[in-house]
Design a binder for this molecule. Structure first.
Ligand code: ZN
Ligand code: ZN
Length: 102
């Protein structure tokens, strides 16, 4: 089981500068408004093991049985990490953002 309290927190998005509140059911690791993320995880979402700190762009999207997965690519080091979308992610923005990268 994931320790919810250690990974779930609000933050200010470095891409769109909006205030993001913690998600209710899952650890939030990307902005629900523009979908950008920060490179803070190394291998597993939530491990907070990376010291990179680069901004991560949403570059791809695919559907799994239990929900949508967004792939983030770090602008600084190029690492790609898969993340689960949260319920309040803006789906229209999501599709638009992804289109811009294709
Ligand atoms: Zn944002
Ligand atoms: Zn990085």
């Amino acid at each position: 089981m994931r320790d919810k309290n250690s990974t779930n927190f609000g933050f200010r998005c470095e891409n769109c500068n909006r205030e993001v509140s913690p998600a209710e059911k899952t650890a939030r690791n990307h902005c629900p408004f523009c979908l950008w993320s920060l490179h803070v995880d190394s291998e597993t979402p939530g491990d907070r093991d990376s010291s990179c700190g680069g901004k991560m762009a949403p570059v791809a999207l695919f559907e799994k049985r239990d929900g949508w997965i967004v792939i983030h690519r770090c602008e600084k080091c190029g690492k790609e990490i898969q993340n689960k979308c949260t319920e309040d992610d803006n789906f229209e923005i999501m599709l638009n953002v992804i289109k811009n990268f294709q």
